[in-house]
Design a protein around this ligand. Structure first.
Ligand SMILES: *[C@@H]1O[C@H](CO)[C@@H](O)[C@H](O)[C@H]1NC(C)=O
Ligand SMILES: *[C@@H]1O[C@H](CO)[C@@H](O)[C@H](O)[C@H]1NC(C)=O
Ligand SMILES: *[C@@H]1O[C@H](CO)[C@@H](O)[C@H](O)[C@H]1NC(C)=O
Ligand SMILES: *[C@@H]1O[C@H](CO)[C@@H](O)[C@H](O)[C@H]1NC(C)=O
Length: 466
């Protein structure tokens, strides 16, 4: 797990990393009605497309995901990449994070945290520029236990504490979390003060119960849900950096945000929110039927709000891009592929008995040349294969923006998806399509008529990280 001595060089004291700007509260925060929903915000793209930046970001994201999911056991490789990758992560990683403002301490200090279903620890920055000051909270308890985590997006050192913590109208009166004294450079900025892991306790480095099990919800039936708002637009001023990001609901699913049934998939084991992927299809030639890709031996998928793109096994990802004319492996970003931006690519992922179309815009991670003619695709090869025991897929926001997603503890625990309500995500949300049986085992054959997705126009150079 933690290779403390190796990490020290990558860690910096917090006072030095936080930006000079005063920590800002989420720009738009709906007052929760009936105490269960909360607006979340999303960092917008910071600047015009910069090919070098997107490659640096993509490389860092892949490296960190491989570490977050323990797909990478070559310690030296991890260490040497860490310093380089983490340094460049700052600018761009935050272009694609969804945060909610948590209220921490007896005096309700407002702390913006990334919501991350792919990890299970909560940590908050300490130090003069952190919005959280333990000394001003009368409910603060110092557990004084050292906490070191090699985290998906970097590394964090600190110690465990307890304090009262509220989000979406629910309160944990004594939540254990880490107060970070040092983090990898670039993990934080004025809009992100830490990460709130929403995975299961067995995944938690601090072995603490997750917040959702600690806020008074019915034990064994806890539920939370996301609508992640899509913003395909370029931020031109720093005040645009943080945008309305959607709604996080704790303690249920909000039926005004979705339509039709929630389709459920059982969690395979309670650590990540890990479910079975039934199939993936791709089509990029308008006349052709979608091509179904075989995922029968590579079908374990973690549903991860803390990941921007969609990582999958080498064989399936290369087969996917083989269907896109002009697509090729990126020379600058290992595991990623580039394709002509003017090609509209329709992809779907099947969970349960439903096939979900991924919006064409969400397939584009960003332009990789200044002319905006070459784009990076949202599906990338995370280096997994049929022999990877933990999982093969990491399904992030590029998929989740198209659906309403619901996470429910229980026996079994399960993840559900539903179509977004009309009007959400500009009316271009994905549409679920009833599938014939057998979607849970292997590739289903999809007929061309069965994908329904509101397509946006051709991708242009204006598209940035979405
Ligand atoms: C459901 O979401 C809508 C739209 O964001 C919001 O107005 C409403 O208060 C939410 N309902 C609950 C019970 O949280
Ligand atoms: C909490 O305990 C740790 C370890 O003993 C110590 O380093 C830290 O200063 C304490 N923090 C506060 C705010 O009391
Ligand atoms: C999935 O959703 C569809 C459409 O809303 C519904 O017809 C179907 O019964 C659902 N299936 C399951 C297993 O929930
Ligand atoms: C993508 O899906 C849309 C909506 O179903 C369809 O109109 C379009 O032809 C498809 N494009 C390709 C390249 O398959």
């Amino acid at each position: 797990m933690v290779r403390h001595s190796l990490l020290v060089s990558a860690l910096v004291l917090l006072g030095a990393t936080l930006s000079d700007a005063a920590p800002s509260v989420v720009s738009r925060r709906d007052v929760p009605q009936e105490g269960v929903s909360q607006a979340i915000s999303r960092r917008g793209a910071a600047a015009a497309a910069d090919p070098e930046r997107i490659h640096a970001w993509a490389n860092a994201q892949r490296t960190h995901l491989r570490r977050k999911y323990a797909l990478d056991d070559a310690a030296d490789e991890v260490q040497s990449r860490d310093t380089a990758g983490a340094a460049t992560l700052a600018n761009v990683q935050s272009d694609s994070s969804w945060t909610a403002t948590f209220s921490v301490g007896s005096n309700a200090q407002q702390v913006p945290l990334v919501l991350d279903t792919g990890s299970a620890d909560i940590w908050i920055a300490s130090g003069a520029r952190s919005p959280y000051s333990p000394s001003s909270s009368s409910s603060f308890t110092n557990a004084s236990t050292a906490f070191d985590i090699t985290y998906g997006s970097g590394a964090v050192d600190g110690y465990l504490v307890r304090d009262t913590m509220s989000v979406a109208g629910k309160t944990a009166s004594s939540q254990t979390f880490a107060l970070a004294t040092a983090v990898t450079a670039g993990l934080l900025n004025s809009e992100i003060s830490g990460i709130a892991g929403l995975g299961f306790q067995s995944l938690s480095t601090s072995q603490s119960p997750p917040l959702w099990s600690n806020v008074g919800l019915t034990s064994g039936a806890e539920e939370f849900a996301f609508f992640l708002n899509r913003q395909i637009q370029t931020a031109t001023t720093s005040s645009d950096l943080e945008q309305y990001g959607g709604v996080f609901t704790l303690g249920g699913a909000n039926s005004t945000l979705y339509q039709g049934a929630i389709n459920w998939s059982n969690v395979i084991n309670k650590a990540y929110w890990l479910i079975t992927l039934g199939g993936v299809s791709v089509s990029s030639r308008s006349a052709a039927s979608p091509t179904a890709l075989d995922v029968s031996s590579t079908n374990k998928a973690a549903i991860d709000t803390g990941t921007t793109l969609i990582g999958g096994p080498s064989s399936v990802i290369s087969a996917l891009y083989a269907q896109i004319p002009g697509a090729q492996a990126s020379a600058s970003s290992q595991g990623y592929y580039e394709f002509p931006c003017d090609t509209a690519v329709n992809t779907t992922m099947t969970f349960g008995d439903q096939q979900y179309a991924i919006n064409t815009q969400d397939f584009v991670a960003g332009a990789t040349n200044r002319a905006g003619t070459t784009c990076m695709g949202a599906f990338f090869d995370v280096g997994s294969d049929a022999n990877t025991r933990s999982l093969q897929w990491i399904v992030g926001d590029a998929f989740l923006k198209g659906v309403y997603s619901v996470f429910q503890n229980g026996s079994p625990a399960r993840v559900g998806f539903a179509a977004l309500a009309d009007g959400l995500n500009s009316g271009t949300s994905s549409t679920t399509v009833a599938q014939t049986k057998a979607a849970t085992s292997g590739a289903a054959a999809f007929s061309s008529g069965c994908v329904a997705v509101g397509l946006a126009a051709v991708v242009t150079s204006a598209l940035l990280l979405a």
